[in-house]
Ligand binder design. Structure first.
Ligand code: ZN
Length: 395
């Protein structure tokens, strides 16, 4: 049996086209107007709606009430399902800095969850830290941060070598450049994260294998003045250096639309990865004012649609799902197809997930139908339908 989706405006890698997408055995078979659906085929009529590739979130700490750092395989599976309901059909569960045993437990939980053969795909693991700069700790637990030259982080790199897809680190720390070399030698994307580096240190880091910036503007150094002279930082380097892709939390809270537009002007459509940086309560309903103690001991509060540190000095991660980030980029003036690319093809390419993030023959059948408000009404992950509100939508 094939599934045939017709009538939608299909967001393809290079165009938006009103065509049919044919799915079989969990993969996209072809994109064609010529196929005549057979009586046994499942026909999905999506007139007036958008069909996008399933979103790919490469920086997400939890969702649906579950967190990666809990170290439970079921928690990772539930979190993936919670995000999938909102169109994120693959994700890279991301750890927060924590004591080594907790991190190793989280890695093995993610590894176990990644073996699930159907539904949303767990693509591997992203370690955000623990080699981060305490000056830019944000919501990372300061007591768990390590200096690469003084710590043995080999167990983290060895725990699941083929699954470790990305690691965030501050290159200016002692041993940070060597860490970049090691990550790039292993084929792991090295992202400049929670860093207080100057522009010039970032240029050096690029030579040592760093190729990405974690949540640009958040926990990143910016322009400072020393004795009248202006010293640019990670933010300016991220915007200006072609060698760097940038992760952007487009939840509409961390960055105003004007900054989203500025980032787009600097980086273009191909070098931005939309991320949620979502915490345990992303992809779930949360009451305003809820105070929540994270696995790493940090006290956070839900206020104005975002998680903040209890001190209100800093955001502590979002409660968003990626479809909202796509919508915010569109509000910031980015064409829909390019915003979708930033939530699909770009992050997938960043971590080498060749069959994700695109509607193309041979890619996994991870598909989302969005209504005119860009909210998901139908979601398919690896050929299984996880959400279907098409009838309700038509009524
Ligand atoms: Zn994060």
């Amino acid at each position: 049996m094939k599934t045939v989706i017709r009538g939608a405006r299909v967001i393809l890698p290079a165009s938006v086209s009103e065509t049919q997408v044919v799915v079989e055995d969990g993969a996209i078979l072809e994109i064609t107007d010529r196929y005549e659906p057979q009586p046994e085929d499942r026909l999905i009529c999506a007139e007036g709606l958008y069909l996008c590739p399933g979103f790919v979130d490469i920086h997400v700490h939890g969702g649906g009430g579950f967190s990666v750092n809990s170290g439970s395989k079921d928690a990772v599976t539930h979190m993936a399902r919670a995000h999938a309901f909102w169109g994120t059909t693959s994700l890279l569960p991301t750890t927060l800095a924590a004591p080594m045993p907790q991190l190793l437990g989280a890695i093995s939980a993610v590894k176990a969850a990644s073996l699930c053969p159907d539904g949303p795909t767990v693509l591997g693991v992203h370690l955000e830290g623990p080699c981060l700069n305490p000056v830019q700790s944000g919501a990372q637990a300061p007591g768990s941060l390590l200096v690469p030259a003084e710590a043995d982080i080999a167990p983290l790199l060895e725990a699941w070598p083929e699954g470790l897809k990305m690691m965030g680190a501050a290159p200016e720390l002692k041993g940070g450049m060597e860490l970049g070399n090691e990550l790039s030698r292993r084929g792991i994307a090295a992202s400049i994260a929670h860093s207080n580096a100057t522009y010039y240190e970032v240029q050096e880091a690029v030579k040592h294998g760093y190729s990405d910036v974690t949540h640009l503007y958040s926990s990143c150094s910016g322009l400072i003045r020393i004795n009248s002279y202006r010293i640019p930082g990670v933010i300016e380097a991220g915007l200006n250096l072609d060698e760097l892709t940038v992760q952007v939390i487009a939840d509409g809270k961390h960055l105003p639309l004007e900054l989203l537009s500025l980032i787009y002007r600097c980086k273009g459509a191909e070098k931005i990865e939309l991320i949620t940086d979502g915490l345990e309560f992303s992809a779930s309903e949360l009451k305003e004012g809820t105070v929540y103690r994270q696995e790493n001991g940090m006290e956070t509060v839900y206020e104005d649609g975002v998680m903040k540190l209890l001190s209100r000095q800093s955001f502590a991660g979002s409660v968003a799902t990626l479809h909202r980030c796509v919508g915010n980029m569109v509000k910031a003036g980015v064409p829909l197809a390019q915003a979708v690319r930033m939530a699909g093809e770009n992050p997938a390419r960043r971590i080498g997930a060749a069959k994700k993030g695109r509607i193309a023959p041979g890619c996994d059948a991870d598909l989302v139908i969005l209504n005119k408000e860009l909210s998901p009404v139908w979601v398919m992950a690896r050929g299984s339908v996880l959400r279907d509100e098409l009838d309700a939508h038509r009524r």
